[in-house]
Design a protein around this ligand. Structure first.
Ligand SMILES: [Zn+2]
Length: 328
């Protein structure tokens, strides 16, 4: 935070557009070539959006209407102005993915953790998209990157959109994750439904597989995407051996292709006495109040569960949590 020579960190993107991968599978009707063509069609639409965004932002920058990003922070010691705060030319346009697992589940009939062929199809589709994004990036002269979308909202939004759409409803009902029965009871009244597609290239949160199997699948995708990917390790309520955590972290960092991973424990916070307990509890263990909030990781960061949408709340309940022998 010293801004030596007025320097500032510069990062980020202009715009993220997320591809609804399951919908590509619904349209492909089991034909591989059609599946890849449908995914590419969605990427084409994303690029059209980027072009509109670029025209719009260029006009804004030209008119001097982006004062924060274009400011030149001063060196705190010399008082001299440094470089611009954000290198606008280096910001990227991002194509993200959601629901790769449900895409292969619909197209191939099995989920990624259930069958090697399903996993192979997921890797192939991701690679086809990666190459296509590179091709378009060169052709259009735009800096486009391919990544996994954080999907705080879009993992739910796509699932709900497909359930509401007559063309896709019956197909989506076969693969959406969450509490479909409850969602269908609520669907006339709200779009905030407890359903979702699995984020990015993840194994579905509720897949009943070992932690080692989960890591062995998810790490494959890291080299394909340019960023945004994270591997979650959700821990049970107990206190794992710190040596186990360290050993597992070292294994992931040195023996897998995982670029970014996080250990998460859920917490229950009493809103009456402020006591914090590990795990998701129904009442405060200290004062027995039921006036509670929960804290867990929504995507990359920890957040109060009370602010989450119904899809993410359902995902929190569905998550497989690991403890004991798995953490070593
Ligand atoms: Zn309490």
């Amino acid at each position: 935070m010293y801004f030596v020579n007025g320097k500032h960190f510069s990062m980020g993107g202009w715009q993220v557009v997320t591809i609804n991968c399951p919908r590509a599978a619904y349209r492909a009707e089991g034909d591989d070539a059609k599946l890849f063509a449908e995914l590419k069609k969605q990427i084409d639409i994303a690029v059209e959006i980027f072009k509109v965004k670029k025209r719009w932002m260029d006009a804004i920058v030209r008119a001097g209407r982006m004062p924060f990003a274009t400011q030149r922070p001063k060196d705190p010691h010399t008082g001299e102005k440094g470089d611009v705060a954000v290198y606008l030319d280096e910001l990227v346009y991002i194509v993200g993915v959601v629901g790769i697992n449900e895409m292969v589940q619909y197209h191939y009939g099995k989920q990624m953790h259930e069958d090697r062929g399903a996993l192979r199809l997921a890797v192939r589709a991701m690679t086809e998209m990666e190459l296509y994004v590179k091709e378009l990036s060169n052709r259009e002269g735009l800096n486009i990157s391919f990544s996994r979308t954080p999907a705080e909202t879009v993992a739910q939004r796509f699932a709900v959109a497909d359930l509401l759409n007559e063309e896709f409803r019956a197909k989506a009902m076969k693969v959406v994750k969450g509490d479909l029965e409850r969602a269908l009871l609520m669907i006339e009244d709200t779009r905030d439904l407890p359903v979702y597609y699995t984020n990015g290239t993840h194994v579905p949160p509720n897949a009943d597989i070992s932690l080692a199997e989960r890591i062995n699948i998810e790490h494959i995708f890291f080299p394909i995407v340019d960023g945004g990917d994270i591997m979650h390790i959700f821990l049970g309520e107990g206190y794992p051996d710190p040596r186990g955590i360290k050993s597992l972290a070292m294994k992931i960092a040195t023996k897998t292709q995982t670029g970014y991973f996080a250990f998460t424990k859920d917490m229950t916070v009493c809103l009456d006495c402020s006591h914090v307990t590990m795990g998701l509890r129904e009442e405060c263990e200290k004062c027995h109040s039921k006036n509670l909030d929960y804290i867990s990781r929504i995507t990359g960061y920890l957040q109060s569960v009370s602010g989450w949408n119904e899809g993410k709340k359902q995902e929190l309940l569905d998550r497989m949590r690991y403890s004991g022998n798995e953490i070593r």
